[in-house]
Design a binder for this molecule. Structure first.
Ligand SMILES: Cc1ncc(COP(=O)(O)O)c(C=O)c1O
Length: 385
């Protein structure tokens, strides 16, 4: 039976092709094996000659993982995806697939901390230098470019202050100077931003977050062109070996089936809570690009399809009092890894002595969350009345 083409994202996540090998099992089975064997030695040789697409050994290909990769590539509008044991495994592999000793990287300042540390501290051991720039204005990125710049590393929006880079402009600049672009698209998910369509070369996600959606898995993915991903398979993917386990791939697929629905609710909840905070006394600034008064809201509208529920704010209340506020919250857990169903709070001290409050809004009813925040503000004497 021919598979339908040009499916919408909502259909891609729920539709698995009918597969006679699996007795019509509605969910794709877990191929819980490291090894694939062949009836004849000739068949083994044929498979080895086409290692990139053959089922030989699970450090290379595995049908359950391949099914997840196929869905993720389609959701991002890319040719090929490869899954990894964590978002950091995907990020470090993607970077290593692009740079060589002596190269220079331009990276946005607000990128995920360990990704920055990998570039700044780890890669410097191999004579690779990284310049960090704000990135809100393309001129800042351009000014940091050197003759040996081979990679522009983006994260848009960033995941603490939610600043955007103009993806179309970054892709044009990279093409002009012969550099590759990588973007961490974890915040937006494939539902709300598809950077490959603007000319970005590689998309990475921490699947641990919204793609899993249940705070029970760790994983990552790289999506890009067949050419780049096939080369990456033969080198960094197979040699570093940070692959995703087939069991995890099956559970990721279960989470993926509700991604479109969950993201709708996260978007609604995120905007409601951001709007509430925006009008509340003692809140100086709310960082959420979906808010109409966000300084980059116009850019948001031109390159994103929606927004979601990880946001931050600055307040004139002291950090000690805000710690008390956080501890008074009954519905927000204290934790860092977002993307699940449960709301979270995390506060971070910044280098200038200020601090930022990051909220992750889960799938609870937003009225309950607002009432919880209000009772916590009352408890520290910062109630509305
Ligand atoms: C924006 C972003 N990118 C990448 C990562 C790394 O992903 P993982 O923890 O799955 O390695 C994280 C994890 O917190 C993240 O928030």
């Amino acid at each position: 039976m021919r598979e339908p083409v040009n499916l919408n994202k909502e259909t891609i996540v729920v539709h698995d092709p009918h597969d006679e090998r699996h007795y019509g099992a509605v969910s794709f089975p877990v191929y819980q094996n490291s090894l694939f064997t062949f009836k004849t030695h000739e068949e083994l040789e044929t498979a080895l000659a086409l290692e990139v697409s053959s089922m030989i050994y699970t450090r290379g290909n595995n049908p359950t993982v391949a099914m997840l990769e196929d869905k993720l590539a389609k959701l991002e509008g890319g040719e090929l995806a490869r899954c990894f044991a964590s978002g950091m495994a995907a990020i470090s592999t993607a970077i290593l697939s692009v740079i060589r000793s002596g190269d220079h990287i331009v990276c946005v300042d607000g990128a995920y901390g360990p990704a920055k540390k990998f570039m700044e501290q780890y890669l410097s051991k191999f004579n690779i230098e990284t310049s960090f720039v704000d990135g809100k204005d393309i001129a800042q990125i351009e000014a940091a470019v050197q003759e040996n710049t081979r990679l522009i590393y983006l994260e848009s929006p960033t995941s603490l202050t939610f600043e955007l880079q103009d993806l179309r402009e970054c892709a044009v600049l990279a093409a002009r100077i012969g550099a590759t672009t990588i973007i961490d698209n974890t915040w937006a998910t494939p539902m709300f931003q598809n950077p490959l369509q603007y000319g970005i070369d590689l998309v990475v996600h921490s699947m641990t977050k919204y793609i899993s959606g249940h705070s029970d898995l760790v994983g990552g993915v790289i999506i890009g062109s067949q050419k780049h991903m096939d080369e990456l398979f033969a080198s960094e993917f197979q040699l570093l070996g940070g692959i995703l386990h087939p069991q995890s791939a099956a559970i990721f697929m279960r989470g993926l089936r509700t991604l479109p629905l969950r993201m709708q609710k996260h978007e609604q909840n995120g905007l409601l809570i951001a709007g509430y905070l925006n009008t509340r006394p003692h809140i100086i600034r709310v960082n959420h690009p979906g808010l109409p008064d966000h300084p980059q809201h116009d850019l948001f509208k031109t390159q994103m399809l929606g927004s979601n529920s990880l946001l931050s704010f600055e307040t004139d209340i002291s950090m000690d009092n805000m710690r008390q506020w956080a501890n008074s919250l009954q519905l927000f857990r204290k934790g860092i890894s977002w993307g699940g169903y449960e709301s979270l709070i995390y506060m971070k001290e910044l280098s200038d002595g200020k601090f930022i409050v990051r909220l992750y809004i889960g799938l609870e009813e937003p009225d309950d969350l607002i009432r919880d925040m209000e009772q916590a503000f009352d408890s520290i004497g910062c109630g509305i009345k």
